[in-house]
Design a protein around this ligand. Structure first.
Ligand SMILES: C[S@@+](CC[C@H](N)C(=O)[O-])C[C@H]1O[C@@H](n2cnc3c(N)ncnc32)[C@H](O)[C@@H]1O
Length: 210
């Protein structure tokens, strides 16, 4: 086994949640991926809910998924999609690819879960070519003080239940600190009560400038 991410219960929950998404969430996935082309890497692809939303101009998608149960589902989704998708067992913080080997990278609801955001983003910055893009859709720390305080309080306990997922990360800042320039960042709140700790979202595009 190449990785040590093993969350069998959370994996089943994540796959179930992805399979039961409604039209609004599916639109957000499409919005994240619209206009992509060439060779693309997606980290933490889960069961592959993004796969069917990639534009035809994407000539190869490498999907990185370290959790065995989710990877098996992703492999099935890849086969069913009929698209050029390769699913690999690796972690975002050690990507087995040369520098500048992708036109774009995609991170959807995963920068909450990687053990180190800075390590994962440093790797994404390395494998995307200069001028290439990072597309992101993530839940993040809120801008309201009360919500942020609640997220900080709940984050350690939630992480234990939800496969290491942290509700208190400032992902916009981490993307910039990794050397990407943010070109578009749509912020919004999810309005359903059970999702309050993960309510603040960011969706956008960042570019590797150097
Ligand atoms: C909340 S799930 C999201 C899955 C998928 N991106 C989606 O949109 O439904 C978080 C994902 O991050 C993956 N993950 C956790 N640690 C990781 C790491 N170090 N590198 C890459 N992926 C990781 C998990 O296995 C899981 O698939």
């Amino acid at each position: 086994m190449a990785t040590d991410v093993d969350h069998p219960l959370f994996a089943r929950f994540a796959a179930l949640m992805a399979a039961s998404e409604g039209p609004v969430e599916l639109d957000r996935r499409r919005e994240t991926l619209v206009g992509l082309s060439g060779r693309v890497i997606e980290i933490g692809s889960g069961s592959g809910p993004n796969f069917r939303h990639y534009p035809d101009a994407v000539t190869e998608l490498v999907a990185v998924e370290p959790e065995r149960h989710l990877r098996e589902r992703a492999e099935q989704s890849a086969r069913e999609s009929g698209r050029p998708i390769r699913v690999i067992d690796a972690v975002a913080d050690r990507l087995p690819f040369p520098d500048g080997s992708f036109d774009a990278a995609v991170a959807v609801l995963v920068l909450c879960s990687v053990p180190s955001q800075s390590a994962a983003l440093r790797e994404l910055h390395r494998v995307v070519r200069p001028g290439g893009e990072l597309r992101f859709y993530e839940h993040v720390i809120g801008t309201s003080r009360r919500l942020a305080a609640l997220q900080r309080t709940l984050a350690p306990g939630l992480a234990k239940v939800f496969g290491g997922c942290r509700a208190d990360r400032d992902t916009t800042r981490a993307i910039e600190e990794a050397g990407f320039r943010i070109e578009r960042n749509r912020r919004f709140l999810i309005r359903t009560l059970p999702e309050v700790p993960a309510a603040p979202r960011i969706l956008g595009t960042a570019r590797r400038v150097l």
